[in-house]
Every structure is written in C-alpha cells, then in structure tokens.
Ligand binder design. Structure first.
Ligand code: 5GP
Ligand code: ZN
Length: 117
C-alpha cells in the first residue's frame, strides 16, 4: 500500500494517529472529523495516498466510486437517508483543502445552505 510518511491521513490509515474510525475495508477508511461542522461529520478516505482529486486518473474511477458508496452507507447507517446529507470533496487551495490526502466529507443532521461559501 502506498502511503506517505508525513501525511496526517496516511498516519490515521496506518493507525499511527488515533481517530474515531466508523468503517474500514481493504482500500477505504471512514472516521469522525475532529472539528465537526454538522451533527454528523465524517471523512471517507482511500487507504492509498492520493493528494488531491486533481490527481485522479481513469484507473482510479472504481476507487472514487467506492468512496461515494461508503459515504452513502455511513449516511444511511447514521439515519440520514430520509432527511438528506451532503458529500463534499475540497480540491486545492481555492476550495480550502487543508489536508492533502483525498477525503470526502459526509455532513448531515442539520439543514444545509446553498451555495456553499
Ligand atoms: P479539508 O479542509 O482538507 O477539506 O478537510 C480537512 C478536514 O480534516 C477538516 O474538516 C478537519 O477538521 C479534519 N482534520 C484535521 N486534522 C484532523 C485529525 O487529526 N483528525 C481528524 N479526525 N480530523 C482531522
Ligand atoms: Zn496520505
């Protein structure tokens, strides 16, 4: 598995840094965001280090689809299927990406505004 020594989310994936993990399989980990912006705020990451969605290639299509399916599963398991939830992936500086390891935000449990800031 390709991980990066100095990447925060690779450290979480390896278990070097603790996180409240809610789901794990051979290529994906979901865990609670340390600074939740909604009653449910989890992050879904690939176990493999990919810095940004901007680096995704056609070979990654199945993996990125899997991240979305895991996000939906976590939202459903958290009881958000009926009222709705939001899935967000920030990519790059203008979007406010602060951790450079791909992650989907899964947010729910309150009404969201649109457009996002
Ligand atoms: P970004 O701004 O890159 O889209 O999102 C990064 C997210 O990672 C933020 O929502 C932030 O709260 C979360 N985060 C940063 N450091 C940690 C950490 O050490 N543990 C966990 N669980 N979440 C973190
Ligand atoms: Zn990483």
């Amino acid at each position: 598995m390709s991980t990066s020594d100095d990447c925060l989310f690779c450290k979480i994936a390896r278990g070097d840094i603790k996180a409240a993990i809610t789901y794990r399989d051979d290529r994906t980990i979901a865990f609670k965001d340390i600074g939740p912006k909604a009653p449910l705020h989890e992050l879904v990451i690939p176990a493999r280090h990919i810095a940004s969605l901007a680096e995704a290639t056609p070979a990654d299509a199945e993996l990125f689809g899997h991240l979305m399916v895991v996000a939906a599963q976590r939202a459903k398991e958290s009881g958000l299927a009926e009222n709705g939830f939001r899935v967000v992936m920030n990519a790059g500086d203008d979007a406010g990406q602060s951790v450079h390891h791909v992650h989907l935000h899964v947010l729910g449990g309150r009404a969201m505004v649109w457009p996002p800031g």
